[in-house]
Design a protein around this ligand. Sequence first.
Ligand SMILES: [Zn+2]
Ligand SMILES: [Zn+2]
Ligand SMILES: [Zn+2]
Length: 497
Amino acid sequence: MDIQDLIHNFLAGGRDMADFEAKAEEGMRISKSFAPMALDTALDIIISTMQDPMGPQSCGLKFNCAVGRFQDAMPSGNSIARSRRFVESYPNVLRATISFLTRKQSRADHTFMMKCLEECRCDKSDIQACGSVHSSTPCGDARIFLLSKGAPVYCSIVILIDHILLVLTNMTHGKFRQAKKGVTSSREEQHWPQGPDDLLPNGVVDSVEGFNVWAADKECGHFILRLAGTIAHLYPIFGAEITRRGPEFHLGLRRPAQHLTAAMDAYDHRPPWWEPSKDDARFAIPLVYSLHFIGHLYTGGKHTHSAMMVTGGKQILLPVLLRGIGILSHPTMSSLFADEFFEMNYLMSVINARMQDSLFCLERLTDLKNQWFMVLQNAHQGGCYNVTCSSKSNVVHAQKCSNCQLIRYCSAKCQKEAWTDRQYPHKTICPKIKSLREQLGPSAWTRVTTPTVNFTFAGFKSLCTKKKIDTELLKEVGMHIACLQGFQTIYQEKNSS
Ligand SMILES: [Zn+2]
Ligand SMILES: [Zn+2]
Ligand SMILES: [Zn+2]
């Protein structure tokens, strides 16, 4: 067995653990017989592979080993700041990566490119030269299943995406990096990104197309969504370009729906030993990353976003959301995936135009408190809060619970049913809402529960601090109301079809 086979088996043969470990050990033993790849060589390989992925020098296994070598050079330990400084000191790698991932390509060209990268076409006559570039510890990533042949390439890409995210998530919204003072060096050595042209070197329009093709990918499409969402958040013009194209443009709604569906299919076919976890590669990762993307797209512009959501959301996203909420409503799931559960409920409210548009807030994803605040502000907009009520109207009903003074019903019958609802009985949350109301005091309570543009999240936050509001209580109330709205939508959808 030659070294490429060994390394390939090492990367792709992870099914049988004993076999996997034996091969890993063998791969390590062989790799030690060659001089380790120099870091400069690794950087050259990483950059040149992405610049010319179909060129004669390009090889996915070599690329993977080079990324592995780059990973090895990272400072050890858990300090994010140190890792970030390390990554930032290689701006040319970041530039090559973003340029590679945003290059406009047809689907066919993309497939062909990935196929080229899967194969090792290196000249094996010089075993020493070939061995040293293939033998550094290959990199793997637990978020990618090492089953497909292209796994090494995908692992390398998701690791490079992580590097980019490490830099981007440290940036202030809309602010770019400054050029180093007094350094006349070429742009390659300067901090990344210094402006929109540097962030998206292929331009906004082509980058959207480039991401669109990558995002279709079964293995790593959701990683692309995560990256695209972060860019949309930092640079709203990019998000606006996606939403401007409307619901039929795949990157807008169909791609996230595709990856959410894949996650839920994986859940439905989970093996008997499966246990819910936040870093499960088949379910949790695609779920979290896809929702992250949809949420961040909003930054691109309220109007194009809500237009896309209302026209396409019902058809494309709503069935997926209903299915997702169904899965996450299981108690162990909803506590583990509380944010995702909430986000899906929230998206459903947006699609059903349940929330007041003017109250949408750009920063809603960065602070959970903001989500609960919006729920409280819009609680009256939900119509009747009896989950099994047949009335679909969102009007503010006159009949309200006299104890909590927040939850309203269309009739005494609905109020009675809701009190002992099987899943979300009002009697469990009512005293908590009342307690929250008392903690806030009458005038603040009115401000919090009345939809108005004059009372913003910032005002709410300082109010909570001043009145020492129990965050857990706020969360519990917010979640409960959001869940009621979600389940009501599910109930109505089920009964209308
Ligand atoms: Zn090769
Ligand atoms: Zn009712
Ligand atoms: Zn009540």
